[in-house]
Design a protein around this ligand. Structure first.
Ligand SMILES: C[S@@+](CC[C@H](N)C(=O)[O-])C[C@H]1O[C@@H](n2cnc3c(N)ncnc32)[C@H](O)[C@@H]1O
Length: 229
């Protein structure tokens, strides 16, 4: 089973997904649904969850690790505060070039800043406590290495959202029940989930939607200190 929840429930919830208003997002969804492309975008139920979460938070600055073709960046841009920005990092040329085209088509060049390269090299160059939201959606095995940088880059009271943390449900299984070649990812994701749920700097929750989504709130400041969240 490729889903982490019962497939009939996932199927039902996906049938409730309302198509995005952006023609660029509609086209990306259409090409994937018709099997013409296999781009790795967030699952429909995760996209719907983002719409609610971002409407509540109204972030000014978002950082994304893993742009792919720009689907989630374009989606999140609809919920930014006025004059807000998204900075998004992609290391794979093929994806980066498609994202550039999609962001241009959506006329979001001023709003979405695409950085080409590996997050491992780019993250240390970014300024401390800049982002209201960080969306980590890249190589799962690296999440644990990126965590200290994500905490540094988040504003106090900011939110780290991490996708694919349950890796098709395998993370919840004993390591002896999963294929040997997946054991490193399994161990690293478990270490990541343990770290975010036990960090004194975070309040975290792991949700079994999509491929598993973790929410981590950065403790700090008071409600009154909050800048944009
Ligand atoms: C799941 S996709 C991102 C999907 C995108 N967030 C969306 O929902 O539309 C993951 C992307 O992260 C990129 N990636 C993986 N590891 C990376 C790294 N260390 N630095 C930058 N990009 C990375 C991959 O090339 C891939 O395009």
């Amino acid at each position: 089973m490729s889903e982490i929840s019962y497939s009939y429930i996932v199927e039902y919830i996906r049938a409730l997904h309302t198509p995005p208003t952006s023609p660029v997002l509609q086209e990306i969804e259409r090409l994937i649904a018709q099997g013409e492309e296999q781009w790795p975008i967030i699952k429909p139920e995760v996209a719907d969850f983002f719409k609610v979460l971002l409407s509540l938070l109204q972030p000014a600055e978002i950082l994304e690790l893993g742009t792919a073709v720009g689907y989630s960046s374009i989606l999140m841009s609809e919920f930014l505060k006025e004059n807000g920005h998204i900075t998004t990092i992609e290391r794979f040329d093929y994806m980066y070039d498609l994202a550039v085209k999609n962001i241009e088509k959506a006329q979001l060049n001023e709003t979405i800043k695409l950085l080409k390269g590996d997050a491992v090299n780019i993250l240390p160059t970014l300024q401390t406590e800049t982002y209201d939201i960080i969306f980590m959606d890249c190589a799962k095995g690296q999440y644990i290495n990126f965590l200290p940088e994500c905490i540094r880059l988040l504003k106090p009271n900011g939110l780290l959202i991490t996708d694919n943390v349950l890796h098709k449900g395998t993370v919840a299984r004993s390591r002896y029940l999963i294929e040997r070649r997946q054991r490193t990812t399994h161990a690293r994701l478990r270490e990541y989930l343990w770290s975010i749920t036990h960090s004194p700097e975070l309040h975290s929750s792991v949700l079994p939607i999509g491929d598993g989504v973790a929410l981590s709130y950065k403790i700090g400041g008071t409600q009154h200190d909050q800048t944009s969240i």
